[in-house]
Design a binder for this molecule. Structure first.
Ligand code: C2E
Ligand code: MG
Ligand code: MG
Ligand code: MG
Length: 281
């Protein structure tokens, strides 16, 4: 009986997938409207300099403030934004919003050493990206050497010559480049040789177990030594406990980021956190 029901099966398949297509279309429309209605917000998470014992940078992390569903994390919409091309205006907005925010902190004497902004591969494929970036730096009067663009290994894996030249142009503008989520993808040692990387961000999955597993600690230490020999700084992501911080310090990690210090916060709450941290020092 299964023989002649090709059409039925097809119909079944369409019926199964229709709700998915509908919800995707709905989500796409919502995402577009969210941008138009200014429902995105940038949160800021401190990046602590472990070596100097002072100096705090920030990573800008987008959130969707949904009128009914509340705060939606980037994991739930960045991919769709990339697939629809919406990441280009959204990413541009994140950059502008963060540059303006940090610039105004600096103007008010609030010390932020560096600003990190995540950039999607789709943005880097846009031929106008470098020009737009430089224009934003000028209009925000933001010093290029205080900006770090965070990109992932997968971008470098697929990097065309254009993307590669674009990264060189970004570097030539004195902007820093960080390789995000290091240790989650492919062996990336060749990328470090062929791309202008200033900072390596060791992924949380490698940092989590460093106290319990001597293997994980050895990997983090080896990455740190290698990075330093290449003139690259190291930031450990996802630091949640004091013993992780202590071990990372003894390994020689330059910076740490994680809930141990603070979750990502709205701008005003970050400012308050920083004021408290400075008093504590
Ligand atoms: P990421 O760039 O690796 O950012 C670090 C993520 O780890 C953030 O998640 C942060 O909230 C989380 N995190 C930080 N410390 C801890 C910790 O101690 N414990 C745990 N469990 N998590 C910690 P978030 O904000 O949900 O962002 C997820 C990812 O979404 C980011 O990973 C980044 O790849 C992407 N993303 C965020 N904002 C943007 C953006 O503006 N543009 C683009 N293209 N991607 C973005
Ligand atoms: Mg990042
Ligand atoms: Mg990361
Ligand atoms: Mg990560």
């Amino acid at each position: 009986q299964a023989k002649d029901d090709g059409r039925n099966r097809y119909r079944c398949y369409t019926q199964d997938i229709l709700p998915q297509i509908e919800s995707r279309l709905l989500m796409e429309r919502e995402l577009r409207q969210a941008f138009e209605n200014k429902q995105f917000v940038v949160y800021f998470q401190p990046v602590i300099n472990l070596k100097l014992g002072k100096g705090v940078g920030v990573e800008a992390l987008i959130r969707w403030q949904h009128p009914e569903r509340g705060i939606i994390p980037p994991a739930e919409f960045i991919q769709l934004a990339e697939e629809t091309g919406l990441i280009i205006p959204i990413g541009e907005w994140v950059l502008k919003r963060s540059l303006d925010q940090v610039k105004s902190w600096l103007a008010r004497g609030i010390p932020v050493s560096k600003l990190s902004v995540n950039v999607s591969g789709v943005q880097l494929k846009d031929a106008r990206f470098v020009d737009k970036l430089n224009q934003m730096l000028i209009s925000s009067q933001f010093p290029a050497n205080k900006l770090i663009l965070e990109i992932t290994e997968s971008i470098l894996l697929k990097a065309s010559e254009e993307v590669s030249n674009r990264l060189q142009a970004i570097k030539a503008s004195n902007i820093n480049i960080a390789l995000d989520d290091f240790g989650t993808g492919y062996s990336s040692i060749t990328y470090l040789k062929s791309f202008p990387v200033d900072v390596l961000k060791i992924d949380r999955s490698l940092v989590t177990g460093i106290n319990a597993s001597s293997d994980d600690a050895a990997i983090v230490e080896a990455i740190t030594v290698m990075a330093h020999r290449l003139g690259i700084e190291v930031t450990a992501e996802g630091v949640e406990r004091n013993e992780q911080k202590l071990l990372l310090e003894s390994i020689g990690c330059d910076c740490g980021q994680g809930y141990y210090w603070s979750k990502p916060l709205p701008a005003a709450a970050f400012e308050a956190w920083l004021a408290r941290a400075e008093q504590g020092e």
